[in-house]
Design a protein around this ligand. Structure first.
Ligand SMILES: Nc1ncnc2c1ncn2[C@@H]1O[C@H](COP(=O)(O)OP(=O)(O)OP(=O)(O)O)[C@@H](O)[C@H]1O
Ligand SMILES: [Mg+2]
Length: 339
């Protein structure tokens, strides 16, 4: 069963909701103690407990076929939210509905429909080659032999791990293990995939392969992804929509492009001149670097519009080329975290 909330998309058609989280709260009870041996003994007799609220009043939805980015600083509650949506943690209060299932109550039926990767935590047996784990998963998920071979070969090809799957997992590099983890999570062609930091510790080429793989799968199979990451280039490459979580609460839920519009306060202009340029001064603009033929300016968007800067440049200078760039998305996100 899928939840339908009409109307949703641009064509007025009802869209299937893959995830709906309402008012989710998750607290942990954990014990604390001061440092030192004496305190360690004391704590054996008199335990002090504290309650940590990892998630509070978290509500959001994700459509089927979406790639949703879940971001936030360390300890924000991202992994707790993923675990709750996978059904490995039960909510203290609130509700979760994923693909029509209540994850922690209907775990056995539900897990067949999802794939999960928790960073570098191995989903593979350590002492045997990954290919044996894949075969084992084929049995567990009852994947028909033909489908299994087709899907596995395709994943091996896209991820470039032809020579990796036959080596004992303990001898593989971190990036190679991460790619094999992805295969494990996706072999049974799940409708919904949770990736908690899927590119942590992997090199730039491997990152690109993993991202391409996620994009292809999303486009071809309509697979829904929820991805947490501290790598903003993952987000820029994969996600249209993001949910930002901080101290257990959602602080932003919307399009990545909107967040840029809202929070970007400066733009950078690189101007090339066809002859040595005269002195440049304009209210709201700060010169970052300059030589006879080139100028880099930071424009403060609170004081001046970018169109006014380019008009001024074109009117008063012999301009050969202008390049306008946004500050990196990391800067924008940093601003939001600070707030
Ligand atoms: N099993 C647990 N027992 C007690 N506290 C926990 C437990 N799991 C998480 N927490 C606490 O809940 C909060 C959220 O943790 P969580 O792992 O969800 O953060 P995160 O956003 O994934 O952080 P990171 O970016 O570092 O992975 C933290 O304060 C953490 O210490
Ligand atoms: Mg985490």
């Amino acid at each position: 069963m899928l939840l339908i909330y009409p109307p949703a998309n641009n064509f007025g058609e009802a869209m299937a909701i893959a995830i709906e989280v309402r008012n989710l709260k998750k607290t942990f009870r954990t014990h604390t103690r001061e440092a030192g041996l004496l305190e360690a003994f004391k704590s054996l007799l008199f335990r002090k407990y504290k309650t940590v609220t990892a998630l509070d009043k978290v509500s959001f939805k994700a459509d089927e076929g979406e790639i949703l980015g879940l971001i936030g600083p360390n300890g924000a509650g991202k992994s707790t939210l993923i675990k709750a949506m996978c059904g490995t943690l039960f909510p203290t209060s609130g509700t979760i509905n994923c693909l029509g299932f209540e994850p922690w109550r209907q775990r056995i039926k539900y897990v067949k429909n999802i794939g999960v990767v928790f960073g570098p935590k191995p989903l593979l047996w350590w002492d045997i080659p990954a290919i044996d784990t894949f075969e084992f998963l084929r049995e567990v998920y009852e994947i028909p032999e033909k489908d299994f071979k087709k899907r596995l070969n395709r994943m091996i090809e896209i991820l470039g791990i032809e020579n990796v799957t036959k080596t004992p997992v303990r001898d593989l590099s971190l990036g190679e293990r991460m790619k094999c983890n992805l295969v494990c999570a996706l072999l049974h062609n799940p409708k919904l995939v949770f990736l908690d930091e899927p590119t942590i510790g992997v090199d730039i080429i491997a990152k690109e392969r993993i991202r391409k793989f996620i994009r292809d799968l999303n486009r071809e199979e309509g697979t829904t992804f929820v991805i947490t990451t501290h790598d903003m280039s993952d987000i820029e490459n994969l996600c249209k929509r993001i949910v930002i979580i901080n101290k257990g609460a959602i602080v932003y839920d919307g399009l990545l492009s909107k967040i840029k519009q809202k929070y970007i306060k400066t733009k950078h202009l690189n101007v090339k001149f066809s002859e040595p340029h005269k002195k440049f001064t304009l209210n709201g603009c700060k010169i970052e670097s300059e030589n006879e033929y080139e100028l880099t300016i930071e424009a403060n968007l609170k004081k001046i519009q970018i169109g006014d800067v380019t008009t001024y440049l074109l009117k008063n200078f012999k301009v050969a080329d202008i390049t306008i760039t946004d500050p990196p998305i990391e800067e924008v996100i940093k601003e939001i975290y600070k707030k």
